[in-house]
Ligand binder design. Sequence first.
Ligand code: NAI
Length: 684
Amino acid sequence: MTDLISTHTHGALGIIRMTRGPVNALGHALRVAISQAHRTFESDPAIAAIVLTGQGRFFSAGADITEFDSGRRAPFLTDLIAQLEASTKPVIALVNGIAYGGGFELALGCHGLAALSDAKVAFPEITLGNIPGAGGTQKLPRLIGGPAALDIILSGKPISAKRAHDLGIVQSIDGTEAEALTRIEADLADGPPVRLPRDLTVEGSPEELAEVAAPYLRRARGAPAPAKAVEGVQMAYDTPLDAGLAWERETFTALNTSPEAKALRHVFFAEREARKIEDVPPQTPKRALASAGVIGAGTMGAGIAKCLADAGLSVTVIEQEQDRLDQGLARIRAIYDEAQSKGRLSKADAEARLARISGSTSMDALCEADIVVEAVFEAMDIKRSVFAALDKICKPGAILATNTSTLDVNEIAAATSRPEDVIGLHFFSPAHIMKLLEVVRADKTAPDVIATAMALGPRLGKVPVLVGVCDGFAGNRMFINFNREAQILIEEGALPWQIDAVLSDWGLAMGPLAVMDLAGLDVGYRIRQARGPQSPYPFTTADRLAEAGHLGQKTGRGWYLYPDGARRGQPDPEVETLIKAVSQEKGITRREISDEEILHRCLWQLVNTGYQIIEEGIAQRPSDLDVIFVNGYGFPKTRGGPMFFAEQAGLARVAADVRRFHAEIGAHWTPSALLLEQAETADA
Ligand code: NAI
């Protein structure tokens, strides 16, 4: 017995149980322990067959990802699997809970595959920029056919025990381990299992893969792993297993060091790291959240109410007037209807969740709520009066959250007698879809309120990131500077379509000008008018377009032309004329601007602002800002986020560019002291 595995016998069965917490990641020590235990049982004459299982929620979550970057040592997982396949006694995988990636491949290396009803199998490698590397691409097609196997590999999504049984991945499903062991004993009495995937062949021809592959390859936008997965499954049809395995191993190793895989691993770890808060340790007690209030059932409030109800909380939605409340509740129902029509939710589930949501025109209905999320109009006086009222109505210990995107959470908190209970929960639009949740810590927010809000994030299906109070918090403050740089580039000589093409080729879902057209040029215009000329670089062309009523897609023209309701814009010669006139008015001699300059000026604005934000203590670490951009702003995960991209490019080089832009372009390029410091240490 070690802390990695435990072994015992059950009649003539030798049981190896993986017990390496928390997820049975198949690191080197665990591989060695399983190998030794297998050998011991194999040479024990009292043992007829060996059962490999896990404990709790995990059979095994797969490879130990930390080994990808720190180096891997023999015996590799492939060696261990080969040992089990060559076993003189049958080995049966009894999959309890999760068997992902290498964990699933370990099970596919066994002579029989039994499951408990909570079992789930998956190949999530594709989500980390890779393909299964220990036999998955060659053995799963042999077991269940090419198309079904390819779909599992390309989707990266888990398959339930029942579906795995229907597909022929697992041979039996039992409710408990005891029942499963009894069944395995009985099955063995009828003869040993003869179903090693390595001994099977794939029926059909590789042409049948095209239909499954097409949509995934389209979405991959040239990322290498999905195409390699298809190639691997194609090989399974006509290549001897060992040649296929050798190809898979080589491909896996090569993909592992691809920039995409590194970036995806970075995001994977960054999302976990973001949950750690320096002065709020994990053992900080959390407040129980069973009931919630949402004030304001507009665009954001409706989506927030859905998230809370989906997470199992009972939700009371507040609007001041009955007709607004009715509209709000209808908006929530429409979101559920859409989820149903897209097949994301069954009718019964949608109804059960909707039943948790009620409405009221009186805030008194929130007297028992454990948490209230305010999503009323973005005006300080309205927010303060709402919070003053909540202070009187809510029970002691209730968390009072605001979804403000621009207002000072300290000022909102000061409208109450309990600022320690006040926090920002900044959802992104559409709130029921976007994964990012900025948790905004105000000066007096209590640690247990922060801990509770951070734990609420994943319950709502969100990725929470802690930020502090400043104009725009972390995400919007960085993003506005990115957009401003695009505007400056336009005045200096670039055209909107050039900027959008550079940034979408780099990987953004849409370029910044196309995004403005989608959101409506009136939105930013109104904000800029309300704020007055704060920036030395006003959005002059954007303002002129808005004033002319060219608001973007909804009016058929903005930065682009959208003839006949087209969703993709065409370059507009009149916009080009307007841009040139604005440059002339400002005395700017337009020049040719390279794609590289466009890319770096837009991205380094994000990076320089990001380091300033960290310097000021508004965000904890650069990787948190990457989490914000990939989950809230459509940044490609395969680039790892702006801060990671800058680190890969070399911070010394980024700092040198920023210094040069500062000298040549203007004060808004003042280098962050932290960036300069990091650049020096990175250089050393
Ligand atoms: P909205 O105008 O769609 O909805 C606001 C709702 O609040 C309306 O239904 C209104 O009737 C209601 N309301 C106003 N005063 C109220 C009061 N005293 N009591 C009860 N209900 C009241 O606005 P939206 O877009 O949903 O924004 C709400 C908040 O979310 C704002 O603070 C905004 O800055 C923030 N936000 C908005 C985002 C967006 O993209 N729309 C993104 C992130 C945050």
